[in-house]
Design a protein around this ligand. Structure first.
Ligand SMILES: NC(=O)c1ccc[n+]([C@@H]2O[C@H](COP(=O)([O-])OP(=O)(O)OC[C@H]3O[C@@H](n4cnc5c(N)ncnc54)[C@H](OP(=O)(O)O)[C@@H]3O)[C@@H](O)[C@H]2O)c1
Length: 325
């Protein structure tokens, strides 16, 4: 409980006190014809990002578990664009991730902007379809598999010369700073947690994600030129549906605080738009944004040896779950 209060008050403090050092991307900046993929786009931040990218002229695939078809209709209406399509995916099931990659492989265009946004905060420990802890599975393992597949299938194609490099943007959280280093001896092990330490495992799964984002950026961009721009970020406190599983006794306190002191998804989307559309984030890679500031993520996420071990350990885990024939 103390951890939750500390996290909520810290997020509110950050939002109130941070001096932005990055300018929001003006509405006139267009991404006409660019193909965008946004996971978890039926709700909260992901939906706001889908609207923004569609409004700027992107062709948007919303990869969602729920909200079919209403969320797609909402995004079309709010953006004024018909170039919006919903695709089905349950990121808690690696088979479903393979099916999404198969579906995207059949598309004629490549994906230029990929936003791995989906997130979850279960009340107690829960298992994914393959038996992993849910947040580890959704925030990290599914993204690792999806990006592996999109790159292997040529759905995301690294740039090989002048011209815009594709971008991959991971929505993480400042909570990754609260996690202890990844224990590779117990990599992917299921942890049985309750309400009191759920937030710790949320941060732990996001540490996997930020460490992975850094490693992916290094591997895709071994030389000076940016072939794929890979960034991760924390949007700050967002008034979204993320706390929907909070226990009943907490909701009467938490929900009004979120409504009053957290950013609306539209406002919170600014750093995601920056990572997806700004000129700087197209010619650089490996940035971490917190709200509208560039920062270093935690030292554990910057540790290159940990990045390499994470890469290998997760490849070994995924090898145990080949796609069904
Ligand atoms: N809210 C905050 O204060 C805050 C702060 C820092 C970072 N973030 C991050 O921001 C991102 C967006 O969250 P949000 O705040 O916008 O929350 P949200 O409104 O609850 O949106 C989360 C999205 O993720 C989707 N999702 C969850 N599990 C999924 C699964 N197994 N397969 C496919 N999609 C799944 C949800 O789909 P369903 O509707 O089907 O469940 C929903 O579309 C998350 O990564 C979160 O960790 C949020």
């Amino acid at each position: 409980m103390r951890r939750i209060i500390r996290a909520v008050s810290g997020a509110i403090r950050d939002r109130a006190s941070q001096r932005p050092t990055l300018d929001p991307v003006p509405e006139r900046v267009r991404i006409d014809g660019r193909v965008c993929l946004v996971t978890g786009a039926n709700s909260g931040l992901g939906k706001a990002v889908a609207v923004d990218l569609a409004r700027r002229g992107g062709r948007v695939f919303m990869a969602c578990r729920g909200g079919h078809p209403q969320a797609g209709e909402d995004v079309r209406r709010l953006s004024g664009s018909d170039a919006v399509e919903m695709l089905k995916v349950d990121l808690a099931d690696l088979e479903s991730v393979h099916a999404l990659a198969d579906r995207l492989r059949r598309e004629p265009g490549r994906v230029d902007i990929t936003v791995l946004n989906a997130g979850v905060m279960p009340r107690t420990a829960w298992r994914s379809a393959q038996g992993y802890e849910l947040m580890f599975a959704v925030h990290f393992l599914a993204n690792r598999l999806l990006i592996d597949r999109l790159l292997a299938d040529g759905t995301i194609r690294p740039s090989s010369g002048p011209g815009a490099a594709p971008r991959i943007v991971f929505v993480a959280s400042e909570q990754h700073r609260s996690a202890r280093p990844i224990d590779f001896e117990a990599f992917g092990a299921f942890h049985d947690y309750g309400l009191t330490d759920g937030l710790y495992y949320y941060g732990f799964s996001k540490l996997h994600l930020v460490t992975y984002a850094k490693e992916l950026s290094r591997r895709l961009n071994p030389g000076p030129e940016v072939r794929v721009a890979v960034h991760s970020l924390c949007p700050g406190a967002v008034n979204s549906n993320l706390a929907r599983e909070a226990p009943a006794f907490l909701k009467p306190l938490l929900f009004p605080v979120m409504r009053l002191a957290f950013a609306s998804p539209d406002k919170a989307a600014a750093p995601v738009t920056y990572a997806c559309c700004a000129e700087e984030t197209g010619r650089r890679t490996g940035l971490y944004l917190h709200l509208m500031q560039k920062k270093d993520p935690s030292p554990y996420a910057l540790d290159e040896a940990a990045g390499e071990r994470l890469w290998e350990a997760s490849a070994a885990l995924l090898a145990q779950h080949p796609p069904a024939a």
